[in-house]
Design a protein around this ligand. Sequence first.
Ligand code: FE2
Length: 207
Amino acid sequence: MTDSHVIERSALHVLSPLPYAEDALEPIISARTIGFHYGKHHRGYVDALNKLIAGTEFADLSLAKLIAETAGKADRIALFNNAAQTWNHTFYWHSLRSKGGGEPPVALKQRIEASFGSLDACKKELATAATTQFGSGWAWLVLEAEKLRVVKTGNAETPLTKGVKPLLAIDVWEHAYYLDYQNRRADYVSAVLDKLINWGFASENLG
Ligand SMILES: [Fe+2]
């Protein structure tokens, strides 16, 4: 291995470690699903991203900068898709936790009640966004100005580029649930909201 190869490698994006064991989300999301989703899909986006940026003016940009620079640019779609999917997936893993769901921390719960009326109404809106996203995409809880909102995005699109602050993400690409739930996306979404969603992470993101 030459020195220049070592230097080149230091600029590569890395697959963020999964914040728990692959079987930690069972029985809601199986270790098999996580194995494919994290080990193949997420890793695939990171690998593709590194190939696309090699030797280009994008090679030294941070992931967030890369996403901002390529968003909405027709000639940079592959780069944007792989960069945004790299970011979205890391954010999704942290949006879930073993024994999640339940009650959000007090300050977050108050913000949820101020924005949606109740925690149930917020969960319902997230479930509706997740189940009505046509085809592949994401449902998000975001902070816009001082208000919490639910938004959905298609394919690799991310709220990062839309002037809002992401708080939580639910992946609704089929690869996120098909092995465990087949076509029953609504069952996956409601189980995630009741048993896995990481309100503590949303609270940290609120700042
Ligand atoms: Fe995914």
